[in-house]
Ligand binder design. Sequence first.
Ligand SMILES: C[S@@+](CC[C@H](N)C(=O)[O-])C[C@H]1O[C@@H](n2cnc3c(N)ncnc32)[C@H](O)[C@@H]1O
Length: 256
Amino acid sequence: MNSMSALSPDEIRRRAEALGPWFHNIDLGGVMTAPEHFLGDYPGFKWRAFAEAVPQDLSGRTVLDIGCNGGFYAIEMKRRGADRVLGIDSDEDYLDQARFASGVLGLDIEFRNLSVYDVAALGERFDVVLFMGVLYHLRHPLLALDLIHAYAARDVLVFQSMQRGSTEAEPVAENYPFSDETPFDRPDWPKLHFVEHRYADDPTNWWVPNRACTEAMLRSAGFRIEARPEAEVYVCRRSEARPDARPVHPSAEARP
Ligand SMILES: C[S@@+](CC[C@H](N)C(=O)[O-])C[C@H]1O[C@@H](n2cnc3c(N)ncnc32)[C@H](O)[C@@H]1O
């Protein structure tokens, strides 16, 4: 038993409040970390909508949770028996929450401060990669997907993004003539909406795809979509990327 799994509920509540505010509502033995969450029981209600589409038994597998926040999904992956779970995030406050939550629950999960742009530095591929709720927070979203494909993903990618615009996604043609401008006005054309200032009061929302764009970006980065168990969630398999999808990124390029 580690020192945190022996804490009383009052002590857990006191420490959780000191680490707040939390974006993840996690049940720490009856103490909820974000009981007043503006989205409700988040991300629990989202997880329950797609949990069955993620492999139930992860024994013998490794998991990387990119943008792990307070650790909700990393914890669920460890509960499914993953041999090793690594959560990375670029925000140290969230990582402190994740370390606390997994410690209270007695789960052996590693959490590191690392940006998705630096996944090459891990020098390791993972059987399951979670990339949930991060894409639209990035100035360079396609680069992130290319880096995950090139350096971090071995098999399954579980992906989620906020989406806005059309929810239609017609198949795209291989090519369009220069004279044909009509596809660009179609609502189901892949569109990535740029947010110059703020969306939802959040200056870290940069690019919001519609559904067609989410799916086209995943395919283009070399992820075959196997299931869409929830409107924003995709379960993919790593496949071949286009040869010209090789990511260009200084820290990745600098690797030996
Ligand atoms: C909306 S939250 C999503 C959290 C969690 N993955 C989920 O789906 O509930 C976005 C998370 O991505 C993290 N993040 C933002 N930019 C990042 C980056 N460049 N690399 C890694 N994490 C990042 C934020 O700190 C935050 O914890």
